[in-house]
Write a protein that binds this ligand. Structure first.
Ligand code: GLU
Length: 472
């Protein structure tokens, strides 16, 4: 008989106390890829037990960010505040068997205790004073309505566990001290609620950021007291700024929705985030979501911090932009899917790194910027010659039928003139007249997108600018 392989069930458990950030997205993506790779389940759990700091707007941000990235979940969102009965049941169980106890120490007492330990050169931890209270003493204190919390009795033994990424890890329970696991029976805290939920939801692998590593021994002790089995652990490396300082969650630029607002494609961001601490066997840099699912494994996740390199993200985004058709790009840019817009997109896409570049690169198509007549003059050519050339171009183009106003036709018409009078003196002023800018696509491409009427209007404006200068 072969043993049934246990099902892979993973989760992300964000707290809705701030906008969903890149670190959260990386945890979500790695869990999601792991679940997909193993045909398992990905669960979304909202850890909203901190009532003061949890906000609906942040929960919505988590959900819309995950949806934007395409990280769909199989179960959830499950909110911890909907599960208070479950936590209460387990808290009572711990209190009954003496693994947890009520603590009545005041803030002032705790602070004095802390300072005392520091003064003696010890790492501060709770002294365990209220461990010794009898049931009668507890009842008497409660009768007096003394403020209390519920503490977990951390065993004074070592705890060892294997982290898939970091190998064997060992902590000494004696150094931890009894931790607060709930403010009261209806107000559980993170380290306790997470243990109950991971067990109740049959989580097989806990994949989360390195900042939670120190919580793991605490959680294992609680698990053991409740008789739960231990999931496998994998702690993902920190994400670092390019100067290798720690990337802060409070750093507003790292909220995920900002990347969307700044014109990044979700596919590019997913590809980029997948490489924050992981890379495939070969040196491929662009991987589709299917390839990521196929190749992803926790064994290849690195221990060392993963540097967030914005240039790499920009490069990837440009690669993904190149893959889109003009129609797809129009949709992503939220511009009308008209032939004219498709032409403008085709002319601009090569120079776009982000969707937001589109506006600056194409504004002149929609509205001619105001410019100085100097822009029309090629090097030190005489203004007269430029003016004459523009007049000649206007005349030639005016003779074309609107339907024939194509790139091929206008080139056929104007290139002989350009050869005869010099490209600089003919095509530069034309391009400048059409774009009003120092740099832009070539004049024939712009004309094609603008059409006859607008082309002639813009040439006329240039002529007027030069002519009025002549008269003065
Ligand atoms: N609620 C925790 C956080 O947002 C998640 C902890 C965990 O994954 O165990 O960091």
């Amino acid at each position: 008989m072969t043993a049934k392989k246990t099902e892979v069930r993973v989760r992300i458990a964000p707290s809705p106390t701030g906008y969903f950030h890149v670190g959260g997205a990386r945890t979500a993506l790695f869990n999601w890829l792991f679940a997909k790779h193993h045909g398992g389940k990905f669960i979304l759990r909202i850890e909203d037990t901190d009532l003061e700091r949890s906000k609906k707007i942040f929960e919505e941000d988590i959900i819309t960010s995950l949806q934007w990235l395409g990280l769909d979940w199989d179960e959830g969102p499950i909110r911890q505040t909907d599960r208070l009965n479950i936590y209460e049941k387990h808290l009572r169980q711990l209190l009954e068997k003496g693994s947890a106890y009520y603590c009545f120490c005041t803030k002032e007492e705790l602070e004095a205790e802390r300072q005392g330990m520091l003064a003696q050169g010890f790492a501060p931890k709770y002294s365990g004073k209220c461990r010794k209270l009898t049931a009668d003493e507890v009842r008497a204190n409660q009768k007096k309505a003394l403020a209390s919390v519920i503490r977990f009795r951390i065993p004074e033994t070592r705890v060892d566990f294997t982290d898939i990424i970091r190998g064997n890890i060992s902590f000494d329970g004696a150094l931890i001290g009894d931790i607060v696991i709930a403010k009261d029976l209806r107000s559980p805290l993170y380290n306790f609620a997470v243990v109950v939920d991971d067990a109740e939801m049959a989580i097989s692998h806990v994949i989360r950021g390195e900042e939670h590593l120190a919580n793991t021994p605490r959680q294992i002790f609680i698990q053991e007291a409740l008789g739960f089995s231990r999931p496998k652990y994998a702690h993902l490396p920190l994400i670092l700024n390019p100067d290798r300082s720690k990337m802060s969650k409070r750093f507003s630029a790292t909220a995920l929705h900002e990347y969307k607002d700044h014109g990044y494609l979700s596919e590019a961001l997913v590809n980029f985030i997948a490489f924050l601490g992981w890379h495939p066997k070969d040196d491929k840099e662009i991987l589709s979501i299917e390839e990521l699912i196929k190749e992803f494994d926790l064994e290849r996740v690195q221990k060392a911090g993963a540097v967030f390199n914005v240039d790499k993200l920009d490069w990837l985004n440009a690669q993904y932009l190149k893959k889109l058709t003009a129609k797809e790009l129009a949709k992503a840019l939220a511009v009308a899917p008209t032939e004219d817009n498709f032409k403008i997109i085709e002319l601009t896409r090569e120079r776009m790194k982000k969707l937001t570049d589109f506006k600056a690169l194409t504004e002149f198509f929609y509205e001619l910027p105001d410019y100085d007549s100097k822009l029309l003059v090629w090097k030190s050519s005489p203004r007269r010659a430029i003016l004459e050339n523009l007049r000649e171009e206007e005349k030639l183009l005016g003779g074309l039928k609107s339907d024939d106003f194509t790139r091929a036709e206008s080139e056929k018409l104007l290139l002989p003139l350009a050869e005869a009078r010099g490209r600089g003196d003919t095509l530069w002023p034309l391009r400048a007249a059409l774009s009003g800018q120092e740099a832009s696509p070539g004049p024939f491409e712009i004309m094609d997108a603008l059409g006859k009427k607008e082309t002639l209007r813009r040439i006329q404006i240039a002529i007027d600018k030069l002519a009025s200068h002549e008269e003065n």
